[in-house]
Design a protein around this ligand. Structure first.
Ligand SMILES: [Mg+2]
Length: 334
């Protein structure tokens, strides 16, 4: 593809994916931890105010904040310390937030950031235990696909170096192999969407390509059993009551993909994700990033974007990230 065309396309894709994620996050925040049965009686149909964190409508949380931290870090190149310093600015000083206040921080994430502050090297900070498999790295990993596609092309799945980078970016907070694999699968689907695949094909082939890679890596292959439902031809048909929407990384990834497969537009997908209950904001953020890439920025309802807190700041961050990647791209080609 002509680099100029690619750069224009890339900035549009960044905006679609990141704003798709932020809107999903904000839709879920007021009802986080609400049970599915409760939401069935009073389903979310648009941006709500107050609720779980008593915040104004359109307030986004840690998912979007940590995504912004990663974007800001990657804009300067791949520097794990820089990304961690951004996380720390968010965690300790309320930077990269909707209203100056840090909230909804996961336990594995806070433990990792406390370690970094004590001087532990960035790549040794993430939790490695079985119980460190919350969705805290998956929810913020999306910007990495844009970086990888600039460096390795949209078929980054052919490069073990690209997978190493994904695993490292996850490991800053979440170093268990299961969390790393979830990030690898998610970005593999995202890469398929960047290359223009339709959603169902992107999910099927994206999962397949990632799994093919992991099967060849003995230390990862033994974890694949935990993600086996995603490989089933009938995954889409799994009944709703068998889809958990908890904060466990496998459940969150499954729930997000299930919502993507069972809806046909951005708004329905995100509302389905939120109304599953549980970890509403993060499941909707994870689904929202891919739904944004699949359906495009224009598909995000205008009235949701209108109430999104600090919308201009978010869109500027997308634009600046795209510019930094474009500079890198043309720089490497000249
Ligand atoms: Mg959150």
């Amino acid at each position: 593809m002509d680099p100029v065309q690619w750069n224009v396309g890339l900035s549009r894709l960044v905006l679609s994916g990141i704003m798709g994620l932020a809107v999903g996050d904000a839709l879920g925040v007021p009802v986080e931890f609400r049970e599915r049965e409760t939401l069935a009686r009073d389903p979310v149909v648009g941006m709500r105010a107050y609720g779980t964190y008593n915040k104004p409508a359109g307030t986004w949380s840690d998912d979007t904040s940590m995504t912004l931290c990663l974007m800001s870090g990657l804009a300067k190149g791949l520097d794990y310390d820089e990304i961690m310093r951004n996380f720390l600015k968010w965690y300790k000083a309320g930077e990269f937030t909707a209203d100056g206040h840090t909230f909804d921080v996961g336990t594995t994430t806070s433990a990792a950031l406390e370690r970094f502050e004590r001087g532990v090297p960035a790549l040794e900070c993430g939790g490695t235990g079985e119980y460190d498999n919350g969705n805290g790295s998956l929810m913020r990993i999306l910007p990495l696909v844009f970086y990888l596609s600039t460096v390795y092309g949209v078929n980054f799945q052919d490069s073990s170096e690209a997978f190493d980078i994904i695993h490292n970016v996850s490991a800053l907070t979440h170093a268990h192999k299961r969390s790393q694999i979830a990030c690898g699968i998610y970005l593999s689907i995202a890469a398929m969407l960047l290359s223009g695949s339709d959603l169902e094909h992107a999910i099927k082939i994206g999962i397949h390509k990632a799994m093919e890679y992991y099967e060849k890596q003995p230390e990862y292959a033994e974890e694949l059993g935990h993600l086996s439902r995603l490989r089933s031809e009938d995954f889409k048909k799994i009944p709703r009551e068998k889809i958990s929407s908890s904060g466990y990384v496998v459940s969150s990834l499954e729930a997000a993909i299930w919502c993507l497969l069972n809806t046909n537009d951005y708004a329905s997908c995100i509302l389905e994700a939120v109304n599953l209950g549980g970890d509403t904001d993060t499941v909707a953020a994870i689904a929202g990033g891919l739904a944004g890439l699949a359906y495009g920025y224009e598909a995000i309802p205008q009235d949701w974007l209108d109430v999104l807190v600090r919308r201009e700041y978010l869109e500027k961050a997308c634009y600046e990230f795209s510019l930094a990647l474009a500079r890198r791209d043309t720089g490497s080609q000249s």
